[in-house]
Ligand binder design. Structure first.
Ligand SMILES: [Zn+2]
Length: 95
């Protein structure tokens, strides 16, 4: 188990656009990032909005909020896997 205060830190530092770039090679287009939707395969279908920490596919409706949500709903990771992914991404050493 990861201690609560570390979980809170991980959630606070994790940016949905960082995760989208790291996993799916999201492309920045002005204020949004776009990803080919992993669900419906629509090119640039998934739009990631850093200001709202949201991701949504305009074609199939796949969506998530926050980096943890992106990892779970869009990448199919479990909650602990999502937290560990974030720790790796931001070089946080877990106990
Ligand atoms: Zn889609």
């Amino acid at each position: 188990m990861i201690p609560d205060h570390i979980v809170n830190d991980l959630k606070a530092m994790a940016r949905i656009e960082d995760v989208a770039m790291n996993i799916h090679g999201a492309t920045q287009r002005g204020k949004v990032y776009t990803v080919n939707c992993p669900n419906c395969k629509k090119i640039d279908g998934l739009q990631v909005v850093p200001a709202k920490q949201l991701a949504k596919c305009w074609k199939c409706g796949l969506g998530a909020s926050q980096a943890v949500g992106y990892l779970m709903k869009i990448c199919g990771k479990t909650y602990p896997e999502a937290l560990r992914y974030i720790a790796d991404l931001y070089k946080v050493v877990l106990p």
